[in-house]
Design a binder for this molecule. Structure first.
Ligand code: HAX
Length: 440
């Protein structure tokens, strides 16, 4: 058994037992109330899930196992000569609920390196898609193609004890995380670089190896950007579409490949992860409409109002939970101030940040006028020459695997049940509400 799994078997399973006792002792505690509006608002604010890996505060933003992003920048280990903590360390923290030592982080990385070989038929599946297929469609299908490797599915077929669910979920999740950068890079090179592929470099860390396979390995600051990008996109508590989809599908005991592919189909929606490609398109459309160059703040304001007037959203702005600037936006802004302060597109993104919140703030129905993670990421990638916008969400997806799969391992360790909320009809609602009113 590998070191991390051994540790999880000792500490994680012990903690799962404690949590079960906690639930037993407090099962009748009332957490909240909800209304017809709550149900019709996409269940916003209704507590219906337990996710251990991270928690989102509307004002402050995300905390991973209690640590904010600025704190993690100081507390998670980095490689020598690098200032960006490795996602390997964040995965360890999310899974084990303890800050990793350098050795813990290194162990996770070498574990993934050993597991990183992608079966050939997965490449055949990707190659079978027409080259103009959206990269997220290829990514989701490639994950499904890898399901042939599921140890969970194979063990279930043989008849496994419920107590072992977490073990096989751990195996599948670790294998999947290890292989995703290779799969994603293969899709990128097939779609945009005439199918000229770059072999992995097992000496590199997970994010730097991804950068290398994409074709940006010679640029040290791109590798730093990739470490930062992979860290900040990893998790955003449990109710967002990709995290919830993983949990929901996993609750049917679908294996991690099936569950994570479902997550990627949700991430591919423009109100979720696809917003990162939409932001760049929106900014470039704005520039094109003005004949190129850097728009004035007045022109940005007019374009925002025109977009809303045309019945569209401003991509990269707003959030279902956050009510302030997303700290993941701020982390990227800080990175850009260090590495590319004079980049024109980055400066336009910053000008939009100066203008958009006050314009959106005047529209009463918009609950959060502040930028989210997707408002900035594309401009960083364009700076390095990565202009293939449709690929951006795949990068988000590679990162998102870290949080949602760590959570899935916990779901199985806790023995969480099938998720099955009750649904009703409008007729049922009308009858129930009028009966209630008549009785008072
Ligand atoms: N531009 C224009 N209108 C907006 C808006 C924006 N950025 N944000 C919200 N609104 C509108 C909504 O469309 C909604 O209008 P209708 O009542 O006419 O349908 C109204 O304001 C109320 O929405 P809300 O309660 O403030 O926001 P929701 O919780 O319903 O939705 C969204 C949150 C993120 C989907 C929303 O803010 C949005 O569409 N933003 C733009 C797309 C985007 O950036 N998505 C990425 C979000 C972060 C993420 O998941 N990344 O992966």
């Amino acid at each position: 058994m590998d070191k991390l799994k051994n540790k999880f078997a000792e500490q994680g399973i012990q903690k799962a037992t404690e949590i079960r006792e906690f639930i037993k002792a407090n099962g009748d505690f009332v957490l909240g109330q909800y209304t017809l509006d709550s149900v019709y608002s996409g269940e916003k604010g209704m507590i219906g899930l337990i996710t251990e890996t991270s928690l989102l505060d509307a004002e402050e933003g995300i905390r991973f196992r209690g640590h904010s992003l600025p704190e993690l920048k100081k507390k998670l280990p980095c490689l020598q000569g690098s200032e960006e903590p490795l996602p390997e360390g964040l995965f360890y923290l999310m899974l084990m609920d303890e800050l990793p030592t350098y050795d813990d982080m290194y162990e996770v990385g070498s574990n993934w390196t050993k597991r990183a070989i992608v079966p050939n038929h997965v490449f055949d599946v990707i190659d079978a898609f027409p080259v103009n297929t959206h990269p997220m469609t290829q990514f989701s299908a490639a994950i499904m193609a890898m399901q042939t490797e599921s140890e969970f599915a194979a063990a279930y077929r043989k008849g496994m004890n419920k107590k072992d669910y977490w073990d096989y979920t751990f195996e599948d999740s670790m294998n999947l995380i290890a292989r995703l950068p290779r799969v994603a890079a293969y899709i990128y090179r097939k779609t945009y670089k005439n199918g000229v592929h770059i072999e992995p470099n097992p000496k590199l860390d997970w994010a730097a190896n991804f950068a290398h396979m994409l074709g940006y390995g010679d640029n040290e600051s791109f590798k730093e950007m990739m470490r930062m990008y992979m860290l900040i996109h990893a998790d955003h508590e449990g109710g967002n579409v990709s995290a919830h989809a993983t949990h929901l599908v996993g609750s049917a005991l679908s294996d991690p490949y099936l569950s994570f592919s479902a997550a990627m189909n949700g991430l591919a929606g423009p109100l979720h992860g696809l917003a990162n490609q939409e932001v760049i398109r929106w900014v470039l459309d704005l520039q094109a409409e003005l004949g190129g160059g850097k728009p004035s703040k007045k022109q940005i304001e007019e374009y925002i109002l025109k977009t809303i007037h045309d019945g569209k959203v401003i991509p990269g702005y707003g959030h279902a939970v956050l009510r302030k600037t997303d700290p993941r936006f701020t982390a990227q802004m800080e990175f850009a101030k260090k590495y590319m302060p004079n980049d024109e597109l980055v400066n336009i993104v910053w000008d939009i940040y100066d203008i958009a919140p006050s314009v959106l703030g005047t529209i009463s129905k918009i609950k959060n006028p502040w930028p989210n993670v997707d408002a900035h990421s594309g401009a960083l990638l364009v700076h390095y020459g990565m202009n293939e916008y449709d690929f951006y969400t795949v990068m988000f997806g590679v990162s998102r695997s870290l949080g949602v799969l760590a959570s899935l391992i916990w779901d199985r360790a806790l023995g969480l049940p099938l998720e099955r909320p009750k649904s009703v009809t409008v007729d049922w609602l009308k009858k129930t509400i009028s009966a209630k009113k008549a009785s008072v």
